[in-house]
Design a protein around this ligand. Sequence first.
Ligand SMILES: C[S@@+](CC[C@H](N)C(=O)[O-])C[C@H]1O[C@@H](n2cnc3c(N)ncnc32)[C@H](O)[C@@H]1O
Length: 454
Amino acid sequence: MSSTPTAATAAEPKGLAPRRLAWQVLQAVAAGAYADGALERELGRTSLSSSDRGLATELAYGAIRQRRLLDAWLDQLGKVPAERQPPKLRWLLHIGLYQLLASDRVPPSAAVSTTVELAKRGGLGRLAPVANGLLRAFLRRREAGDTLPLTPAQAADPAMALGVRQSLPPWLAAELLGWLPAERAEAFGQACNTPPSLDLRVNGLRSNPTEVCAALAAAGVEASPIEGLPAGLTLSGRSGDLSRLPGFVEGHWCVQDRAAQRIAPLLDPQPGERILDACAAPGGKSTHLAELMGDQGLVLALDRGEARLRRVTRNAERLGLQSIAVQHGDATALAQQQPELLASFDRILVDAPCSGLGTLARHADARWRIDPAAIDELVVLQRELLDGLLPLLKPQGRLVYATCTVHPRENNQLIQAVLAEYPQLQLQQSWQLWPGEVAGAGDGFYAALLQQQG
Ligand SMILES: C[S@@+](CC[C@H](N)C(=O)[O-])C[C@H]1O[C@@H](n2cnc3c(N)ncnc32)[C@H](O)[C@@H]1O
């Protein structure tokens, strides 16, 4: 048997390996790794069963999302606040506590005993009784009806209570209560802690939803249509390597969230048009545009991330699309660097880099990375993108500005400022999808459709 750090040994009690793997992911994320990359790396080093892989994924992502709530519990339960605990112990306690709090498939006794065992085997032997004591103290508090780990004074502060209950960073909880009524802010938080749906977009040039559903069903995978999205399908109870599913290699479908599938159709792309996708990688919307145009015309897929741009090429090839031309470059400088492109595009898509506050459920660690200073910088870049790209639009041309965030400064406020400065632009429509607002709506997205007059 292999002796990789996550492989179970013969003497090891059952259930330790997936929890150890999740613990390693938390430690890697605390050291700066991205959660999805760290999880993929750890899973790649193991030979866990598919149900253990599912458990490890649930524990790692769940505990990362719930970091603030779990820390608040540790602050209340022990003598040492969470942030002053030895980090290795803090992350192990997060895995243990998360199981007690949120995992309906783990009995409390298993959550406690595996955490204590991992402490003993993971170099924290002397702290194993501390882990045991803290987890049991939590069970007693819960039995006594305690649900929110805050003092009464803290619980009376709406932003503090929301932030801890839904495990949101303090600045975001406070902002949310300025943007939304309390109930909707709570629903937003809940949606950010709910594993997202897994949606596909069927490539109408190679297949259709009925055929794709049938092929998936034959492989034991349940797929169903998404209301209002002609090419959208959602998969139930599926994780793991999607590229092995029928139709992937053949380019019959790609993975794209239902909210993201609403963006390309807003441009109403027509066969033969010239379309610029200015922030294109990894190509979800470039390929959608090309499919909607019947692969007739040009989609210039520009991006400043060279490695990410290679994924556009791979995706276009797999989906069998010829009309996509890939270009590496900075969209803010395109008009200056290639003046021949001025007023040359029928449609422009600006799927801008953004804070991603609409996709917190999808990216477990994102809420702990983004901060108001980063948003200030993003707003400057988003404005530079629009200023740099508008001169490339033909008269009567359409531009869609989209983000996967809910921050008004990156969305509505930015577009209002642009409209005030460019009287030749008309706002045709704009919308903001908030996570949690409508059941099953998918990621939070903003879109504005602008039309150039004259
Ligand atoms: C939201 S992602 C785009 C997602 C893509 N449209 C899709 O649907 O797959 C934003 C992209 O903007 C790119 N980007 C950021 N600044 C840019 C710039 N100045 N010029 C071009 N691309 C830029 C990033 O590299 C990133 O790939």
